[in-house]
Design a binder for this molecule. Structure first.
Ligand code: GLU
Length: 306
């Protein structure tokens, strides 16, 4: 086991995959971008396994091997969210003691069926359980349905700064921070971990851009400065749909079986980022030397079937 102490005082970037299966070229491209952004700015680079749900046996180790194979290095140790449950619980307790949370007994159906609050953005939590009396709360607890815990938000929107998207403002509602099965919600765990490990630069797929305002708002409640974001374009298939395992050979092992080596995959990724010519083989160190965030393509990369 690695015993290197974590330097939490130095700024850091990170890659935070969910170990639910093998990484595909889209995930690897995002990981390389996160690494390039961090190392280009002399930050530490951390790897965090978001294993609170959807895990597949051994996927974490295969992801680690694949990240090494494409030339990414990180500052140890690798963090696993399942090892930090007590930390998330402590944060929920702290927010609850500050009257910043409330238990929510709603089912998904009830939330969809409830009339939305005036001026609330579409899909926002309608506020059903926000102001229950103690008696109503007791009654619902007695029904046996365990509550989720929601943040009592005092804003309806929040702005973040994104290196690719500029200032981005998005909706913030009373979002869930602990699910009703007791699992810390993704939004909570991300913010607690980014804050606790000194992560001040978050580079990830732009499918998560709309989550950033909630997360940045929660960071401020926890006295963390919101990070700088870079939400990078996704990789899509020939139909323009986000790449997935259904698109054939998309993981390093599938591609190797189709006679596309790791070096070839890296070469395709670097060419897609404007860091190399098609077919040019460069190391991650050379890509880092050439990296200029201002010249990144902003359109999705179309990954053709190999
Ligand atoms: N674990 C998330 C994913 O794999 C990423 C979370 C994040 O980068 O904030 O989609």
């Amino acid at each position: 086991m690695d015993t290197t102490p974590v330097r939490r005082d130095l700024p850091a970037g990170r890659f935070a995959p969910s170990p639910s299966g093998d990484l595909h070229v889209g995930n690897l491209r995002t990981a390389l971008l996160a690494w390039l952004f961090a190392r280009h700015t002399d930050r530490r680079f951390l790897l965090r396994m978001e294993d609170l749900d959807r895990t597949a046996v051994g996927a974490d180790h295969r992801q680690i091997d694949d990240l090494h194979a494409v030339g990414i290095d990180w500052d140890p140790p690798v963090t696993y969210q399942t090892a930090r449950l007590a930390v998330y619980d402590g944060v929920v307790e702290r927010l609850t003691a500050q009257d910043r949370t409330f238990p929510c007994f709603c089912t998904r159906r009830e939330i969809l069926d409830a009339p939305s609050a005036p001026h609330a953005p579409p899909g926002a939590y309608p506020g059903t359980c926000a102001n229950l009396t103690a008696a109503q709360r007791e009654e619902r607890l007695a029904s046996g349905r365990p509550p989720a815990i929601r943040i009592r938000s005092d804003v309806t929107e929040f702005s973040v700064v994104d290196l690719l998207h500029g200032e981005y403002t998005g909706a913030v509602d009373d979002f869930v921070i602990r699910r009703n099965d007791g699992t810390p919600a993704y939004n909570l765990a991300v913010v607690v971990d980014d804050g606790a490990f000194g992560i001040d630069q978050v580079v990830r797929g732009d499918d998560l851009l709309s989550s950033a305002p909630r997360q940045a708002y929660l960071a401020t409640l926890l006295d963390y400065a919101p990070p700088t974001y870079a939400h990078v374009p996704m990789v899509v298939n020939a139909d323009g749909v986000r790449l997935s395992k259904r698109d054939g050979a998309v993981t390093l092992s599938d591609l190797a079986a189709a006679c596309v080596s790791v070096v070839d995959v890296c070469s395709m990724i670097y060419a897609s980022l404007g860091l190399g010519e098609a077919g040019e083989h460069i190391t991650s160190a050379e890509a880092l030397r050439r990296f200029d965030p201002r010249r990144l393509p902003t359109r999705p990369w179309v990954f053709e079937r190999q």
